[in-house]
Design a protein around this ligand. Structure first.
Ligand code: G16
Length: 544
């Protein structure tokens, strides 16, 4: 075995998006693409000489090959130890748990999250810092800068593949490769937060569950925790075997891509509780019999009820949500007298607030919820917190939600996605909208009058860093809001996201259909941005 310094040239476009670098799998498989990016990460964090890293991914196509390459590069760059999930698998929350529990010098997570997998799908790679969370913008910018200057990468030559199928330690040159159980550390952490006894009693009383792992990484975690440990009936976890192409599906847990689960929950044979997670296990979808809980409402309900779980019994320090997430959690925070923060989209923006002890729970409309137990959002954690609350309240999901709306009012909410649209057209739409923002106040659209409009900017209250251009907000006098943003996680064309909400506290109007209750806001947003004409689309591809 020898360390080989391979001459290379910069590859354009290695710019991390909302959450790491995501590209089509074939792009990642091009010669030197992965190697350039990994070397850029190593150099941007000051090298890995003598360091310990965590490594794992969601098991999608190219995961195994990429892991072997990264191990050889870590060895060649002088890393002391890499903790790698068995067979190269670690869900994103489990990777965060390992980084924190074993105090590694950060980690590399291989995933394109909810994006489809396979040779014709997507692949991704991100670096998480030693606190366990996604690298903040200062580091991702340094990685990108490095990738545009790179002249060589280092890799171990003459080494065979490391066997990752058995837990234990092996050597790769001077590097210790420690293959770890992907579930154990993570399950220990969850056990410390929730009343597993109460949840076990709930299942023993006949409570029924369907968890759809969507053939992605959470299957083994969900089976071990929900079925084997908590006693959910065998078969409660479906699509539990992770497949390299996620079974050809789109593991984004929303009402469109998790339609079979939603149909079951809305039908006569619905179990008491339904949930799903995404490709890498950090997102969640929550359903009750006959009811879909929006991620924004889920965050609010969890904030209001978290004290029922032992890990949060002492109360919450605060709650943070991304800007496009509805204001439902803010109302709960106000009534509890705790902090509430509004951050840009991207879990990385919660890191400083969590590290500083300013917030305990965080959530995003994009189906992410989590707490200070990790620095990633955590799909199974959200499911267990809901189960813990249900085990203590012994009411249905629908009853809990309705009571919540009676107590706090309801933020009707929907997100409309226009996927795979022409990039230039989408960028021009946003540019024109941005240019016209100042002229919007006092104008009326579809019966609603604009009260204010801006381009969201954020100054981190802990480290003072500033981020601009994070989404265009239009507020209406009628207690409604529309937000426009381009997705930062797609790989083809552009995806326009339009986030729509309206607050209602009339007790007689709390049970409406969001698409009906928001029809005026949808129409106003369409008019303001000229969506149909400019994008040539009659309607969105996804309504969450
Ligand atoms: C990532 C980020 C989230 C973000 C989401 C949506 O999630 O970690 O914080 O809300 O992308 O991003 P966008 O609207 O830019 O597509 P994940 O689950 O894809 O890692």
């Amino acid at each position: 075995m020898a360390v080989n310094s391979v001459q290379t040239t910069p590859i354009e476009g290695q710019k991390p998006g909302t959450s790491g670098l995501r590209k089509q799998t074939r792009v990642f498989m091009q010669p030197a693409y992965l190697e350039n990016y990994v070397q850029s990460i190593f150099e941007a964090i000051g090298g890995v000489m003598g360091k310990t890293l965590t490594l794992g991914g969601d098991g999608r196509y190219f995961n195994s090959q990429a892991i072997q390459t990264i191990l050889k590069m870590a060895a060649a760059n002088g890393a002391a130890r890499v903790l790698v999930g068995q067979n190269g698998i670690l869900s994103t929350p489990a990777a965060s748990a390992v980084i924190r529990a074993r105090k590694t010098d950060g980690g590399l997570i291989l995933s394109a999250s909810h994006n489809p997998a396979g040779e014709d799908g997507d692949f991704g790679l991100k670096y998480n810092i030693p606190a366990g969370g996604p690298a903040p913008e200062g580091i991702t910018e340094a990685i990108y800068k490095r990738s545009s200057e790179i002249g060589e990468y280092r890799i171990l030559e003459g080494a065979g593949e490391v066997d990752l199928s058995v837990c234990g330690e092996t050597k790769l040159g001077g590097l210790a490769v420690e293959v770890i159980d992907p579930v154990a550390i993570y399950a220990d952490l969850l056990r410390s937060l929730f009343d597993f006894g109460a949840i076990r009693d709930l299942f023993a009383s006949g409570f029924t569950l369907r968890f759809d792992a969507m053939h992605a990484v959470t299957g083994p975690y969900a089976k071990a925790i929900l079925e084997d440990e908590l006693g959910a009936p065998a078969g409660s976890v479906v699509n539990a075997t992770p497949l390299p192409d996620f079974g050809g599906g789109h593991p984004d847990p929303n009402p469109v891509y998790a339609k079979p689960l939603v149909d079951l929950m809305m039908g006569p044979d619905a179990p008491d509780f339904g949930a799903a997670s995404d490709g890498d296990g950090d997102r969640n979808l929550i359903l009750g019999r006959g009811v879909y809980v929006t991620p924004s409402d889920s965050l609010a309900v969890l904030t209001a009820n978290a004290r029922l779980a032992p890990g949060y019994a002492a109360g919450l320090k605060g709650v943070a949500r991304s800007m496009p997430t509805s204001r439902a959690a803010d109302r709960v925070a106000e009534s509890l007298g705790i902090n509430a923060f509004e951050t840009p989209t991207g879990w990385k923006f919660f890191g400083t607030l969590l590290d500083a002890g300013l917030v305990t729970l965080c959530g995003e409309e994009s189906a992410g919820t989590g707490s200070d137990h990790l620095r990633e959002k955590d799909g199974l954690w959200a499911v267990l917190l809901w189960l813990n609350i249900l085990a203590r309240r012994r009411e249905s999901v629908a009853a809990i939600l309705q009571q919540h709306w009676r107590d706090y009012g309801r933020d009707y909410y929907t997100r409309h996605d226009y996927e795979g649209v022409d990039k230039d057209a989408a960028e021009a739409l946003m540019a024109d909208l941005r240019a016209g923002l100042a002229g919007l106040p006092e104008q009326s659209f579809a019966g609603l009058t604009v009260s204010a409009a801006d381009d969201f900017a954020y100054t981190d209250p802990v480290d003072g860093s500033t981020t601009t251009g994070q989404g265009l907000r239009v507020f209406f006098q009628e207690n409604a809001r529309a937000v426009f943003r381009l997705s930062g996680t797609g790989t083809v064309g552009a995806t326009l996201r339009v986030y729509l909400e309206r607050f209602e506290d009339d007790p007689a109007r709390l049970d409406g259909d969001p698409q009906v209750m928001l029809a005026e806001v949808v129409a106003a947003a369409g008019e303001i941005a000229g969506i149909a004409g400019r994008l040539g689309r009659d309607g969105p591809d996804v309504r969450t």
